[in-house]
Design a protein around this ligand. Structure first.
Ligand code: ATP
Ligand code: MG
Length: 337
């Protein structure tokens, strides 16, 4: 056939510790897992036009694509949370022109960069056609970062279709269109994002500069052991171990995540809403004992299942749960229309 009619899409999530890829095929409204892969690679946010960083990342990604036998070039990628400014604002239902002005005004208030240096985008979240009030999701990303990402994907031989914030991909893979209010907590290597979702829409998205690697460094420093051993301690013992000292060190790093989550719950409940669940994602969420540690918030807290809406080969049944947390974003990206 002359034109490619591939219904396959590739989701790429470049995290600070790991690059993840997932290829899905859409078939009669269903998603089939074609392949996935991840590789440890300390990536730097490409905020400067650093040719070395761009070509290095492209090289690592290209090798990963070959190893995972990825067959499509159509890629949807996420933008790292720590460089994206996300805001959801309430507005009266304005005309498009009025909306544009109002959004630029709002962006000037919260984006700590000159507006000429960022790419602004927004989407209107309307609960019903007749609603007098609308919510607008505004994102601002430094334009150089977008340019560098696009350059990197081209170098890796891919055809970028869209760049998206992590929160939207997480909602797609973990929640679909569920209507209740919940918080997705993605614990990565150096970042944790808290995303409050209600009626299928993102309401609040926050990024905290702590993650699994922060916990590992805490253990390594306090026990004076190598980062490698500290990582092993963390994975083996988690928050439920017998050694008194280790869990204490971990809790120091985790406290801020739990406190911020508790704050979001309070803010939302003060406005009359009810949070029904805390859903964990990100490989940092594999920390043993994490859900129990959050239990004093009084809300059901558990690991999400990003493969809920995906069909896959039976033989992967035991392997997938061990990697699924880390794949949550890449999966959601590949599910994008
Ligand atoms: N079994 C496990 N138990 C506890 N922690 C784990 C486990 N497996 C991986 N981790 C931790 O998960 C973290 C990496 O998570 P992930 O791959 O989601 O991060 P990332 O996306 O690369 O980083 P970021 O989102 O911060 O940019 C590491 O800190 C690692 O130590
Ligand atoms: Mg991540």
């Amino acid at each position: 056939m002359f034109f490619s009619r591939s219904k396959s899409k590739l989701g790429v999530d470049i995290g600070t510790s790991t690059i993840k890829v997932v290829q899905l095929k859409r078939d009669n409204g269903k998603f089939l897992l074609e392949t996935y892969g991840m590789v440890n690679a300390a990536s730097q946010v490409m905020s400067k036009a650093d040719v070395d960083v761009i070509s290095q990342t492209a090289g690592v990604l290209k090798t990963l694509l070959e190893k995972a036998k990825v067959t499509t070039k159509k890629v949807i990628a996420s933008l790292p949370n720590n460089i994206v400014f996300v805001s959801v604002i309430d507005m009266p239902a304005l005309s498009d022109k009025e909306l544009k002005n109002a959004i630029e005004w709002e962006a000037r208030r919260y984006v700590p960069l000159p507006l000429e240096e960022v790419t602004l985008s927004w989407s209107v979240m309307r609960e019903s056609q007749t609603a007098e009030k609308i919510k607008v999701l505004i994102t601002a990303v430094p334009t150089t970062v977008i340019e560098n990402y696009l350059r990197m994907f081209k170098l890796a031989g891919l055809d970028p279709q869209a760049l998206e914030i992590e929160a939207l991909a997480l909602i797609r893979s973990l929640a679909g269109s569920r209507q209740d209010a919940f918080i997705i907590v993605d614990i990565g290597a150096r970042n944790t994002s808290l995303n409050l979702v209600d009626k299928g829409f993102l309401r609040i998205s926050r990024n905290l500069p702590v993650g699994g690697d922060t916990i590992t460094s805490g253990i390594a420093q306090s026990l004076k052991i190598s980062p490698g051993r500290a990582e092993q301690f963390k994975m083996d013992l988690g928050l439920s171990g017998d050694l008194q000292q280790i869990p204490q060190v971990m809790k120091a790093s985790l406290e801020s995540i739990k406190n911020e989550t508790g704050q979001l719950v309070k803010i939302y409940e003060a406005s009359g809403g009810t949070i029904s669940e805390i859903i964990f994602a990100g490989s940092g969420a594999y920390l043993p004992g994490l859900s129990v540690y959050f239990s004093d918030l009084g809300i059901k807290a558990s690991l999400g299942n990003p493969f809920k809406f995906i069909e896959y080969d039976e033989r992967l049944k035991t392997a997938l749960p061990k990697v699924s947390m880390g794949l949550s974003i890449a999966l959601g990206l590949a599910m994008r229309e």
